[in-house]
Write a protein that binds this ligand. Structure first.
Ligand code: SF4
Ligand code: SF4
Length: 439
């Protein structure tokens, strides 16, 4: 099979065999859900409910007037028992609505299914915004914003991202196998919203069944093509995917619209389809629960706000004591200090790793081997940026384009000195942005 790819990148072990053949299941609901009001890139939402109030499945419980934001909906029926800052997966605290689950938990649409071809572009964007759809690949960028490109940046190509290049995760793989028509429907709606002529569906060649199924469904559509891609990390990163599929390079600091492209994850495509045709809010998502410490690894459809501890219980708990529980994939995910945090819109997986797979080795000075430079898909110099960031020389780190780093972790993965490069870069970026805000 002919494949395309980008320059740089790495080949970590895939570890997908635990779950890639397991259909998506649903689990029992927890007694309480914890729904953070800031689960997306952009402005946080303010609460639209009060303590003691009853809520229904899909009811708006938080919203914002800001364009770059997305409303938050209740994922269950019940009553609000608290609204307070609670632990979030990235080790901060976020204002959250706690809902005691009670009553009928079925979401009932308040409209008959619509045909997107009868809906105008502005109404498509509104439906996506009202449903609170954000990128489900991890970044959680509000989707209605992506579907509203600047007027002077015409989009000719929509790329549906079915790479799922993170080790362990298989939820996007299962979505393509189980809901290919909805992926294609969401792709067509996104194509209409941005006025693009062509749709590409990029899938790594380690998912031949997904490539076959998507080719069958996409083959019935006009100007829609499945593109097999090399198995390489981070093939699914936006700029790398655009390079691999379209052979266009997004300039540093610019967005995909600069080169006429829009990228949406396969799960997001399904959420767009449900939002526009059914009016369904984003109150649940598919994720993978896996790793050597999980008793029964699964792909699950989970209500947003379900505590991680409840999800793990529903997977039989731990088969051995984990050293690390990660929300997201092992390359870009966040290690958790508590299992009380909730699943949010951007949670693509929960991965539990044993002691033997978690390196606690001390890190050392850079030995100037250059491996990180070769691995970096953004053509940065992680060795120099790392040294400057470690020395708190943030001006130099900025000069060496630390802000173009999207924290894929490829450099840290190959570093023989085990330097915590991504942590260095995160600190440097946070400090540079804080300085800019102060200025
Ligand atoms: S984490 Fe940043 S510097 Fe390192 S390889 Fe990825 S993009 Fe390059
Ligand atoms: S891989 Fe590590 S040791 Fe090698 S040049 Fe990069 S930072 Fe230095």
């Amino acid at each position: 099979m002919a494949t395309r790819t980008f320059a740089g990148g790495i080949h970590p072990p895939e570890y997908k065999e635990q779950t890639n053949s397991l259909p998506v299941e649903q689990i029992d609901l927890p007694q309480q859900v914890i729904i953070p009001l800031h689960q997306h890139t952009g402005a946080p939402c303010t609460p639209k409910v009060n303590v003691g109030e009853s809520v229904t499945v899909g009811q708006v419980i938080g919203d914002s007037d800001a364009f770059i934001s997305a409303p938050v909906h209740s994922s269950v029926a019940g009553h609000v028992v608290a609204i307070e800052p609670l632990p979030y997966f990235n080790n901060t605290r976020v204002l959250s609505v706690v809902i005691e689950v009670e009553g009928d938990q079925v979401w009932v649409p308040d409209q008959d299914p619509l045909d997107y071809r009868d809906i105008n572009v502005e109404d498509i964007r509104q439906a996506v915004r009202q449903a609170g759809v954000v990128g489900l690949g991890g970044a959680a960028f509000p989707t209605h914003v992506k579907l509203t490109p600047p007027k002077n940046k015409p989009i000719d190509s929509v790329i549906i991202n079915g790479c799922e290049c993170e080790p362990y995760l298989t939820c996007d793989h299962r979505i393509m196998l189980e809901r290919p028509q909805d992926v294609v429907l969401g792709a067509n709606i996104a194509r209409k919203a941005v006025g693009a002529s062509k749709v590409y569906i990029g899938i790594e060649t380690n998912k031949p069944d997904a490539i076959r199924v998507m080719q069958e469904v996409a083959g019935e559509e006009q100007d829609m093509e499945v593109v097999p891609l090399e198995v390489k990390y981070p093939e699914g990163a936006e700029k790398q995917l655009i390079k691999a599929v379209l052979d266009r390079r997004v300039p540093p600091g610019k967005l995909p619209s600069e080169v006429g492209a829009l990228v949406q994850n396969v799960g997001t495509a399904v959420a767009i389809a449900e939002a526009v045709t059914l009016g369904k809010p984003l109150f649940e998502r598919v994720l993978t629960v896996t790793g050597p410490c999980i008793a029964q690894p699964k792909n699950l459809k989970i209500r947003i706000g379900t505590p991680v501890s409840h999800v793990l219980e529903q997977c039989g708990g731990f088969s051995q004591t984990p050293r690390k529980v990660i929300m997201g994939g092992p390359m870009t995910g966040w290690a958790q200090s508590s299992l009380d945090v909730p699943v949010v819109k951007g949670t693509s997986g929960i991965v539990a790793l044993p002691e033997s797979m978690v390196s606690e080795a001390k890190w050392h000075n850079c030995v100037r081997c250059g491996k990180c430079v070769k691995a970096c898909p953004m053509f940065l110099l992680p060795n120099f940026i790392g040294m400057y960031a470690e020395a708190h020389n943030y001006d130099k780190a900025e000069k060496f384009d630390v802000l173009d780093c999207f924290e894929c972790g490829a450099c840290a993965y190959v570093c023989p000195s085990r330097r915590p490069l991504v942590q260095f870069f995160r600190n440097a970026k946070a400090e540079i942005m804080a300085r800019r805000r102060r200025a």
